[in-house]
Design a protein around this ligand. Structure first.
Ligand code: HEM
Length: 312
């Protein structure tokens, strides 16, 4: 079992005290935690049944795709944690502010450094579906902070639950080192007991001073957060299908030539940066240049002429 699932030994005194807050687990149907659990059940089922998640659970994930999933998480958590930092003293969110225990930004930076190298920031970009999710998180954090809890709930409670299954699958399927490089995202080093921490988090959500209408809006927002996640999964699934089996670790994904060029994560124009682009799309783009076409035709004419001369 991962460290987040282990017993409370080694936890800081403060952590243990906070866990004790959660001991009263008698739930009422009007508690936000219950409303969220019930109100997102269908979304959870749908998310678990997306092709990307099903393949992932079966260990059918290519390293290149896992890296892109990590990139999507990086942009998502950077937005989420920026907005949580902004609202850390706002009573609608403050009791749920657990930067030491939950925040994933640094862990994701370590994973991306492992996968892409020191200059990982220059090598990644935010995908279309992730950008929509990120935009919504910023909107909520800045204009409807009472809904921020929905986004935190959807991600962190999931990470502390099913995320722990994914960690083991990824480690095995991608043959990642036992040193846990590349899967830091799944390691909650400051949470000694995930079940207890989730109980504490539920208790904190239930203690927020919220009217019925706001609770309903939060549940609605959590379902929206699930939809954003599913859109990211669907996008990853599509990219996964365009990667052939030979996609090389650390190299460029090999394309089958199908699909929308603008969605190619290595598409140089979209990156707007110098440096090597996707080899397939670079070759296709070059072949479309009139000058290159002229040179190619001239070369072919010379070769044909030489062959004819030799044969005659
Ligand atoms: C790999 C597929 C998944 C598996 C196997 C899985 C498994 C689980 C399990 C077993 C729980 C119950 C934990 C508990 O009651 O303590 C849970 C809860 C949760 N999961 Fe997932 N999950 C998956 C995918 C997702 C996804 C994709 C999301 C959202 C992006 C998500 C969000 C949540 C949330 C928010 C909870 C907390 C429910 C609550 O107690 O209120 N899960 N998950």
């Amino acid at each position: 079992m991962p460290s987040a699932m282990e017993g409370p030994e080694g936890a800081e005194e403060g952590e243990i005290l906070r866990y004790e807050e959660a001991e009263d687990d008698s739930a009422s149907p009007t508690d936000l935690s219950e409303l969220l659990k019930e109100g997102t059940k269908e979304s959870h089922d749908r998310a678990e049944n997306t092709q990307f998640v099903k393949d992932f659970l079966k260990g059918r994930i290519k390293k290149e795709l896992f890296k892109l999933a990590t990139v999507a998480l990086h942009f998502t958590y950077s937005a989420l944690e920026e907005e949580m930092d902004r609202n850390k003293d706002n009573p609608v969110f403050a009791p749920l502010y657990f930067p030491l225990e939950l925040h994933r930004r640094e862990a994701l930076a370590r994973d991306l450094r492992y996968f892409y190298g020191e200059d990982w920031k220059e090598k990644i970009q935010c995908s279309e579906a992730t950008q929509h999710y990120v935009d919504r998180i910023h909107h909520v954090g800045q204009h409807e902070p009472e809904l921020l809890v929905a986004h935190a709930y959807t991600r962190y409670m999931g990470d502390l639950s099913g995320g722990q299954v994914l960690k083991k699958v990824a480690q095995r399927a991608l043959k990642l080192p036992s040193t846990e490089e590349g899967i830091q995202f799944y390691m909650f080093e400051n949470i000694s007991n995930a079940q207890q921490f989730k109980q504490l988090y539920r208790a904190r959500m239930n203690a927020l001073d919220l009217d019925k209408n706001t609770k309903e809006r939060i549940v609605e927002e959590a379902n929206r957060a699930f939809r954003f996640n599913m859109q990211v999964f669907d996008e990853l699934d599509k990219i996964g299908k365009s990667l052939t089996e030979e996609a090389q670790d650390g190299g460029f994904p090999v394309h089958d030539g199908k699909g929308d060029i603008r969605k190619c994560p290595y598409y140089a124009d979209k990156l707007g940066k110098a440096g090597p682009g996707c080899p397939y799309h670079t070759a296709v783009a070059l072949a479309k240049q009139p000058l290159v076409q002229l040179i190619l035709v001239s070369c072919m004419a010379v070769v044909a002429g030489a062959a004819a001369w030799y044969l005659l």
